[in-house]
Design a protein around this ligand. Structure first.
Ligand code: ARG
Ligand code: MN
Ligand code: MN
Ligand code: MN
Length: 301
């Protein structure tokens, strides 16, 4: 099997410098060699030219920050992801901030229209231009691919590709009031940390799959924001929230999805090597690599 690893050194969906370095840190930590060792034929696209997508002027649109930059970069993401997915490659996207998922989801669903999306995050990232308090587009990607963001000409390239019933969350614990309403109004299934505590991660993953993939016949796209993990496990990330997934719970999710044989794409997002100390960065980069390997089938035995 072939894996296409795409890194996007992009931070325009949020306000903190450093998240653009996340992907290259995973590569420097050896993720490409690790996948080759697991007998994946691996290609790598570093997208070092991403800054050339930055427009000279990029005023806010409906309160959204850097909207044109986010739009042009995520359009490129969508093209690369769909090309690789259509070629039959497993697509690994290394962020970068989570606004990149506007592109990864668009690309995966272009190649696999009947796919489902499993979103692992402390946050719901489903704010619309009218609900976002921060204006940071990493808090909004799902509203765009679901077609509930309203019509903004700059984002006209994004197709409404994700149905509410094809999305499930695990790990939520910091959801804005307006996002809670969106989840409720659209009947979107979400397993918060409360549910992980109550049922255990094994049952939660099973229930999540039963919801989005009842017959276990749909391709799966996993979008993993490392801030889903507890800050003690993944400290170097821009919006940490305490009370998160343990090291094993995070890995279990990836292992269980890989085990279905249906996983076609995985995003590893929001590693920020500019935050916290050297030990924290090492820990976060290392966990990013091991989650990626689990997605590609690494097992404990
Ligand atoms: N809900 C907040 C916002 O809209 C935080 C989003 C954090 N997102 C992330 N990908 N880390 O700004
Ligand atoms: Mn998050
Ligand atoms: Mn908020
Ligand atoms: Mn996120």
């Amino acid at each position: 099997r072939r894996a296409a690893v795409l890194a996007f050194p992009f931070n325009g969906g949020q306000g903190r410098e450093g998240v653009e370095l996340g992907g290259m840190h995973l590569v420097e930590h050896g993720i490409l060699e690790q996948l080759k060792e697991m007998e994946w034929e691996t290609s790598f696209e570093p997208n070092e030219d991403i800054d050339t997508f930055r427009p000279s002027s990029d005023p806010d649109i409906e309160g959204l920050k850097k909207p044109r930059f986010v739009s042009s970069v995520t359009k490129r993401v969508a093209e690369q992801v769909s090309t690789a997915a259509k070629a039959g490659d497993f697509v690994v996207t290394l962020g970068g901030d989570h606004s990149l998922a506007m592109g990864t989801v668009s690309g995966v669903f272009e190649a696999y229209p009947d796919a489902c999306l499993i979103w692992i995050d402390a946050h719901a990232d489903i704010n619309t231009p009218s609900t976002t308090d921060s204006g940071n587009m990493h808090g909004c990607p799902i509203s765009f691919v679901m077609g509930i963001a309203g019509d903004i000409p700059e984002f006209a390239w994004i197709k409404k590709c994700l149905l509410p019933e094809r999305l499930v969350y695990i790990g939520l614990r910091d959801v804005d009031p307006a996002e809670k309403k969106i989840l409720k109004d659209n009947g979107i299934k979400a397993f918060s940390m409360h549910h992980v505590d109550k049922y255990g991660i094994g049952k939660v993953v099973e229930m999540a799959l039963d919801h989005v993939n009842p017959n276990r016949d749909r391709p799966i796209h996993l979008s993993f924001d490392v801030d889903a993990l507890d800050p003690s496990v993944a400290p170097s990330t821009g919006t940490p929230v305490r009370g998160g997934l343990t090291f094993r719970e995070g890995h279990y999710i990836c292992e269980a999805l890989a085990e279905t044989g249906l996983l076609v794409a995985a995003d590893i997002m929001e590693v920020n090597p500019a935050l916290e100390d050297e030990q924290a960065v090492f820990q976060t980069v290392q966990v990013g690599c091991s989650l990626t390997r689990c997605c590609l089938g690494e097992t404990l035995l």
